[in-house]
Design a protein around this ligand. Structure first.
Ligand SMILES: [Zn+2]
Length: 433
């Protein structure tokens, strides 16, 4: 297999993007920065939207979700919306409000499990803290993104001499008692609390006592990297689902005077069920579509005509075949890394693809000159889901669930194929063409 220089560069851009996005709030902020640089203007949900009917815009909600769009050349009733949906969040550990504790002089950080991470992969890694804090200000409070660059916390394994069955029975971690992370030394809980507030205050150049609250996640400080023969693979945290966000963003940036109104919608809270103000189950996308229609003088009926003429691609990652575990896979639906985007099918609507939307996506792949594959989960194994079924239920639009093949989904260090990222960008560009 030869990896093209273009695919390598696209994958490198992805790794840089992920490394700049240690939390969903950073992902939204960084995405907004890229959009700004490329001529997209920010709209505020709390203000009136007076916009150019052929312009490029983005809007964020509560810092964790972002929707960017390019208004189409044709009326919405006629050409509808071309949408790619993805999610900004990844399974991880989140700091509790009173996170700092002291045990036997060791300062530890209490965490909650966010979503479904493979907890064992969080052990013995160079972890740190990132997220947002609210800080007292003269007119109430201000929200600041915060990221500790150096490795600040760690979850050491127990030595094998004290856990003799770890290789036969696996690593089991009690979520309440065995996840607190080591941060440092402290005489008591008050000193530990001060030290943690200080750690956040220092990079923000603020007084620790002014910190009111926070949303902070654990992240892995190790940068993304290529690996394997011909460096055909790459590894990083949060490939699920920042890889899809990045592919959709690249495709939207390339949209030039599209016929349809093109939208990239990235939601928070997918890993915990999407039911929130910022999640795909909330009103964010519906509200943005409504306001695009208001701004383009599109009537209610024409909006609904537009929905029927739309196509929604729910882009999330897929499970690549791993030969060491053949029994985990449906034997007739092995999808391979570097063999192209995967169409995900589930009769019980855990994925929303159907014969017609699959055909539409295959057509896009053909136009883009990109191979594609089809995935079905083992019938005797519970299947994951995506924002696809939620979005298609809300909007009634034809929707397909797709994603790039990857290994170790929900590990803190996931991996995937270099060629696939470029393939996905090409197909999504075709969607937005
Ligand atoms: Zn996902």
């Amino acid at each position: 297999m030869t990896i093209t220089a273009e695919a390598k560069q696209q994958a490198q851009d992805l790794l840089d993007y992920i490394d700049a996005c240690p939390s969903s709030w950073h992902a939204v902020s960084h995405t907004a920065e890229i959009l700004q640089k490329n001529g997209f203007r920010q709209l505020d949900e709390a203000q009136g939207w007076d916009f150019d009917k052929r312009g490029k815009y983005y809007v964020t909600r509560d810092g964790g979700s972002i929707i960017a769009f390019v208004i189409g050349q044709n009326p919405i009733a006629q050409s509808g919306f071309k949408i790619v949906g993805a999610h900004t969040d990844s399974p991880s550990l989140r700091l509790k409000p009173n996170a700092a504790t002291c045990k036997e002089g060791l300062h530890q950080i209490g965490v909650e499990v966010y979503g479904g991470p493979i907890l064992a992969t969080f052990t013995d890694r160079d972890l740190s803290l990132a997220g947002r804090v609210t800080v007292k200000s003269s007119d109430g409070f201000k929200t600041h993104l915060v990221k500790l660059d150096e490795s600040a916390v760690r979850l050491p394994n127990l030595a094998i001499h004290m856990n003799r069955e770890v290789n036969t029975k696996g690593l089991h971690l009690n979520k309440q008692t065995q996840l607190p992370l080591i941060f440092g030394f402290a005489a008591d809980s008050a000193e530990a609390q001060t030290a943690l507030s200080n750690a956040f205050a220092k990079p923000l150049n603020i007084e620790p006592k002014d910190i009111i609250s926070w949303d902070v996640t654990i992240y892995d400080t190790q940068k993304g990297a290529f690996w394997g023969e011909h460096q055909a693979f790459y590894a990083d945290s949060q490939l699920d689902n920042l890889a899809s966000c990045h592919a959709a963003l690249e495709a939207l940036l390339a949209a030039d005077k599209p016929e349809s109104t093109c939208i990239a919608a990235f939601f928070d809270h997918e890993e915990v069920g999407s039911e929130s103000a910022t999640g795909a189950g909330g009103s964010f996308l519906l509200d943005v579509l409504q306001r695009i229609c208001i701004g383009t003088d599109t009537s209610e009926e024409d909006k609904l005509r537009g929905y029927a003429n739309s196509f929604f691609i729910s882009a999330d990652m897929a499970h690549a075949y791993l030969p060491n575990h053949p029994s985990a896979y449906e034997p007739d639906h092995h999808v391979m890394v570097n063999k192209g985007p995967v169409i995900k099918v589930n009769a019980n609507q855990r994925y929303t693809s159907n014969a017609e939307t699959i055909t539409q996506f295959i057509g896009l792949c053909e136009k883009a000159g990109v191979p594609c594959q089809q995935y079905s989960h083992r019938t005797d194994l519970g299947c994951g889901s995506t924002i696809g079924p939620i979005m298609s239920a809300q909007l009634g639009m034809p929707t397909v669930d797709v994603g790039n093949p990857m290994w170790a989904m929900h590990s803190i260090r996931e991996s995937a194929g270099v060629e696939d990222h470029g393939f996905m960008i090409s197909v999504l560009k075709e969607h937005f063409a």
